[in-house]
Write a protein that binds this ligand. Structure first.
Ligand code: F6R
Length: 608
């Protein structure tokens, strides 16, 4: 999604803004631009396409000035063209804005402004908004923005500057994240922490309905009713190196290889070995409340939805609580049956996914308790839920989610363990699960050490037009995740199915061009999965088997076999998914795809 960065202070703004936009590239975008106030007025540069196009323009004419705003746009209203790129200006071209989100009543405001003589140069809702601010401007940018925001519906993260007030940035948030960076005699605004980290770690998170007024002397937070709100300054723990590639060819590869560590960071401090349970105090649920739960609904999107499905198996199997998993986009518009004895768990790497946030708000409205399993600290979902667990997987920059997925499954295991011990899991069973959790980082490393084998395997399937991923039980969601990884970064059409469903339709697709990836750890349904393999083999399909042991039978059935370490059945997706992530990565690289920023995708989907 779009990215915002703004700067006011003693230094030249343009370079800081462009560097900030580079840090925001991972969010996905299709045009970029900056505005700087210099001694003569506003200077704006913008270009469709990648940041390099903007940089080419800047190479010829760098704007000078010590206050400015910059934006990477991911098109919503209007095509990804230069006129539609941000910043946009008001009718008099004295105020500039950058905007993440959507102004829903832009159409009617535009008509009203056209009747008053305004003319527009873009198709965007954002230009309409800044014209409205210009219309209200009477010498105070802050007041004009506040007045305009009372008139608009929709979601926004906004930053305005004006050539009439060359010391002020006015920012506002509703539904789209923004944070203020507090430096030494300089201040920043950004849509996430990545552009701030090389300048400051001190940040103030804005909440919905709040505005930030940044000047050279300080900052002030307010809302539309109150002139000043006191908010805490938070310290960001992630350092810049953590968001850089660290020697790997792509962020995705780096993040796949970080999993032994990121997974341990999720588990660290939560395992109570003696008692065979987990300590997850952040859930803010008493033992009594947990015992009284009737059911659990887990809601999420995409990869996070796949981890939710694994959570369903874990919670039902271990804690014997009925669980339903809902796409957040569906849940939010249904009439869901939830009440105060329902626990609604929202899972989100970014903590900003619009549908997941809306689903959680809907659940809260209906009296359910909500918890979040979220990676990004201070994100909106993390702040709105009643309790939760931070994944502590570290920043995930590659658009395709990898380490967040394994950490989500680990966090679900922590929740399931605590709930199960309060209901019907014995201490010995609890200790057994903990032992297996503790072994996982080393097991993941064992699989990562075999990356060259997977790379060679990927080489053989690089021209496949389609692929199937099959698994049973808890590895069915892992199969869905393997298919999603492959399709989103390599653009090969891939589907995941429960293995036995194959004969109810997908088997018709199988021919010698079709790789069929089986997830078949040695679990309760292992023998049945082998029969499914036999069926594929009989029809000429190319079988890739992920198993615990490449024994003679598997060797007979599979064209390629990969052995992974044995773990607790319910934890096995954390291991089976690793070769699938690597497989998708290597296939996509061989096909020349942009692995970290696949076409049409954004890291954080903050519009519905
Ligand atoms: C796929 C992927 C997406 C996200 C989905 C939800 O690799 O990353 O499917 O999982 O957009 O995002 P979060 O977890 O940030 O809510």
């Amino acid at each position: 999604m779009c990215g915002i960065v703004g700067y006011v202070g003693p230094r030249e703004a343009a370079g800081i803004l462009v560097e900030g936009l580079r840090r925001l590239e991972y969010r996905g975008y299709d045009s970029a631009g900056i505005a700087v106030v210099n001694g003569n007025g506003l200077e704006i540069r913008k270009a469709a396409g990648k940041l390099s196009s903007l940089e080419q323009q800047l190479a010829n004419a760098m704007p000078h000035g010590t206050i400015g705003i910059g934006h990477t746009r991911w098109a919503t209203h209007g095509a990804p063209t230069t006129p539609n790129a941000h910043p946009h200006t008001d009718q008099n071209e004295r105020i500039a804005v950058i905007h993440n989100g959507i102004i829903e009543n832009a159409g009617s405001i535009r008509k009203m402004l056209e009747q008053r003589g305004h003319s527009f140069h873009s198709d965007t809702d954002t230009e309409v908004l800044v014209h409205l601010v210009g219309e209200f401007y009477q010498g105070s940018l802050e007041e004009a923005v506040a007045t305009a925001l009372r008139e608009v519906d929709g979601a926004y993260g906004l930053a305005f500057i004006s050539e009439d007030e060359p010391d002020v940035i006015v920012a506002a948030r509703k539904g789209s994240p923004l944070l203020v960076g507090v430096g030494e005699g300089e201040y920043f605004i950004a849509s996430d922490a990545s552009p701030l980290l090389e300048h400051t770690r001190s940040v103030v998170y804005l909440d919905d309905g709040e505005m930030a007024i940044l000047t050279r002397d300080g900052y002030r937070i307010r809302n539309l009713e109150t002139d000043r709100i006191e908010k805490p300054v938070n310290q960001i723990e992630w350092d810049l190196a953590a968001v850089e590639r660290g020697g790997y060819a792509h962020f995705m590869l780096k993040e796949i290889f970080e999993q032994p560590e990121s997974l341990w960071n999720t588990l660290r401090g939560h395992l109570l070995e003696d008692e065979g349970t987990s300590r997850v105090t952040g859930l803010n649920l008493s033992d009594e409340q947990i015992k009284q739960l009737d059911r659990i609904v887990i809601t999420a999107c995409g990869t996070s939805w796949h981890s939710a499905l694994i959570g369903e198996y874990m919670l039902e199997e271990l804690a014997r609580i009925p669980v339903e998993v809902e796409y957040a986009s569906e849940f939010r518009y249904r009439n869901p049956v939830v009440d105060e004895r329902t626990l609604v768990i929202g899972i989100s790497q970014s903590g900003e996914t619009a549908d997941t946030l809306a689903a959680i708000r809907e659940a809260k409205l209906r009296g359910a308790r909500t918890i979040g399993l979220v990676n990004v600290v201070g994100s909106t979902i993390a702040r709105e839920v009643d309790g939760g667990i931070y994944l502590h997987a570290g920043p995930e920059v590659g658009v395709a989610s990898t380490k967040a997925f394994t950490s989500q499954v680990a966090a679900l295991a922590l929740v399931a363990l605590r709930f199960a011990r309060l209901r019907n899991l014995s201490i010995l069973q609890g200790r057994d699960l903990i032992k297996h959790l503790q072994e996982l980082p080393a097991h993941i490393q064992t699989i990562l050490d075999k990356a060259p084998e997977i790379e060679a395997l990927a080489e053989r399937f690089v021209r496949a037009p389609n692929a199937l991923f099959l698994g049973r039980g808890v590895n069915f969601p892992a199969a869905l995740e393997g298919a999603l990884k492959l399709k989103e970064i390599s653009y090969i059409h891939a589907e995941g199915y429960p293995a036995a469903e194959m004969k109810h339709g997908p088997i018709a697709l199988i021919d010698e061009m079709m790789p069929v990836v089986f997830l078949a750890p040695n679990d309760a349904v292992y023998q049945k999965v082998l029969s499914n393999m036999e069926e594929v083999r009989a029809r000429g399909g190319k079988v890739i088997a992920i198993v615990n042991e490449c024994d003679a039978e598997v060797e007979r059935l599979a064209n390629a076999c990969m052995a992974i370490p044995v773990t607790h059945e319910l934890l096995s997706p954390i291991l089976t998914v690793i070769p699938l992530q690597l497989f998708a990565y290597y296939v996509a690289v061989r096909r020349g795809c942009n692995v970290d920023q696949p076409r049409n995708l954004a890291k954080s989907v903050t519009v519905e």
